[in-house]
Design a binder for this molecule. Sequence first.
Ligand SMILES: [Zn+2]
Length: 300
Amino acid sequence: MNHLWGIDLGGTKIECAVLNADNIKEVRVRRRIPTEADQGYEHILNQIEKLVNQVIEELGERPERIGFATPGTLDPVTQTMRGCNTVVMNDQPMQKDLEARLGVSCLIANDANCFALAEALLGAAPEVYPKAQVVFGIIMGTGVGGGVVINGKVWGGRQGIGGEWGHIFLDESGGPCYCGNVGCVETVLSGPSLQRFYTQEAGEKRSMPDILARHQAGTDPAATATVERMLNQFGKALSIITNLLDPDVIVIGGGVSNIDLLYTEGVQRAQKHIFTPKPDVLVVKNVLGDSAGVFGAALL
Ligand SMILES: [Zn+2]
């Protein structure tokens, strides 16, 4: 049987999934192992090799190639990793090292790109718009990322930064970003950034669900200011995607994607910035949850 192998390389766990190539909804094997990133880069490679050997044994078959979802990006020019929050991976020629270890060809893509690919082929997009050709995936969680899928393929771009919505300039008020720029989407719309704004306004810390509940109750002006700013800024950031790409479907993942107001009020606030009088922007919540990374890696 023809199989698709994918590995999601996370900061705490490494997960492998094998899909049936003839029916990509069928998961043949799924297994995980701790990353133990604190033990260094070589140890991560050891863990991956161990996991692959376990899956080979379980499936009774060796892979021909393996797709990897990683934090950060493989720089297409230098062929080394950059922007990984698992910092021991940065500056390493990871694709070459994996191929040497595993003896198979390896494809590497950023985890937001893998999320977008999985939701485009297996997740939200086929449910709401089966004819979708261009799908934009957004992850809004601890960080913010994005990925473009065109006709079932990730569009990584010339420098590997295609779809990096999280680091588009949005608003000075976000302040400095870890990437070195100021006011990136991530500094305004990530979970921690939203909470930080509330803390500035209210002088105390609260969880995001708590802030939303207080906004809905209408009893906390700082909560309402936080939610209003989030909706306005999300609308602005969404209009940039729409004016540039006009995708068929935009899928949102990550913890912040659970805020229902984004899909109603947030989308409405994008409209005044969009270059058509009656915008029709389809924005939906992910359906694959945490599985999107590993499935997307398999689909590479
Ligand atoms: Zn940034």
